[in-house]
Design a protein around this ligand. Structure first.
Ligand SMILES: [Fe+2]
Length: 268
């Protein structure tokens, strides 16, 4: 049994700043405290990008200070709000792959975990590059990790969902080469589950027969309805993180709205 805690879309800002009136630092600090209290036994905390709202160094430094408080070990990749070079400058302990991408493979007794870097940059010409992209080199790296997984089922962790999720604005900036991605994944046939963020909403389902989970942010969330024209519209709904547990027969995926969670249960 391997247990993962998943955070995505942290959107850290410099001290004194907020996002729609919410404090990303306070929100994440509460989440880390919650994980340390109830899931200190997790095998990995995985953070799936949009680490800093404007990719500035002070925000990455604040984030680093918070993440160092986590009890379980940590693995990180980046999203469309991030800057690869600035991130690596502040997080020198993160080793990029041989091509400089923030990608990592971690093996556990019952699964192989692959973190993918879907940042479509440089150049950092937002907003165009808010979409995700896996270039030829990243896809080749993924193909190799799938090929060499042996008997281990593979879990993929990536910022951008590789398929539409129903929010028309966000779907325009999903992974833009999803056909190439699924060609690799389907050919190898050993991906058990795909985890993503980016949409700031709890979503689950399947695409091409492979189940997926999209987790919400600890900060601002994606509002309904599905057809909101502006992908940056946000709403103050409870903060959350994901929990994934490998079992003898598959995988369990939970979401924890830790801000509103009540632990002192009473008899119903
Ligand atoms: Fe985000």
């Amino acid at each position: 049994m391997t247990k993962f805690i998943v955070f995505t879309d942290l959107h850290m800002v410099p001290e004194g700043q907020s996002i729609i009136g919410l404090d990303p630092f306070q929100r994440l600090a509460a989440g880390i405290d919650h994980v340390n209290r109830y899931h200190a036994d997790a095998d990995r905390v995985i953070v799936m990008g949009d680490l800093a709202h404007r990719a500035d160094r002070p925000s990455y430094e604040r984030l680093k200070g918070l993440l160092e408080q986590l009890v379980p070990p940590l693995a990180i990749t980046i999203g469309n709000h991030d800057n690869r070079e600035t991130f690596l400058d502040v997080f020198p302990n993160v080793t990029p792959d041989e091509n400089g991408f923030i990608q990592e493979v971690i093996d556990f007794p019952d699964c192989r975990t692959v973190l993918l870097d879907t940042l479509f940059a440089p150049p950092y010409d937002y907003p165009r590059s808010h979409a995700g992209f896996l270039c030829t080199r990243r896809l080749a790296w993924l193909d190799h990790q799938l090929e060499s997984a042996g008997d281990l089922p593979v879990l993929l962790f990536m910022h951008h969902p590789p398929h539409a999720t129903g929010f028309s604005g966000m779907d325009l900036i999903r992974l833009i080469n999803e056909v190439d991605f699924y060609d690799v994944v389907k050919r190898r046939g050993n991906v058990l589950h795909i985890f993503a963020g980016h949409v700031h909403r709890t979503i689950s389902g399947s695409s091409r027969g492979i189940p997926f989970s999209v987790f919400k942010s600890p900060v601002h969330q994606q509002p309904m309805p599905f057809d909101a024209p502006d992908a940056s519209l946000s709403v103050d709904e409870p903060a959350g993180y994901g929990i994934a547990v490998l079992t003898d027969t598959g995988i369990l995926v939970h979401t924890e709205d830790y801000e509103i969670a009540v632990r002192e249960a009473t008899v119903a």
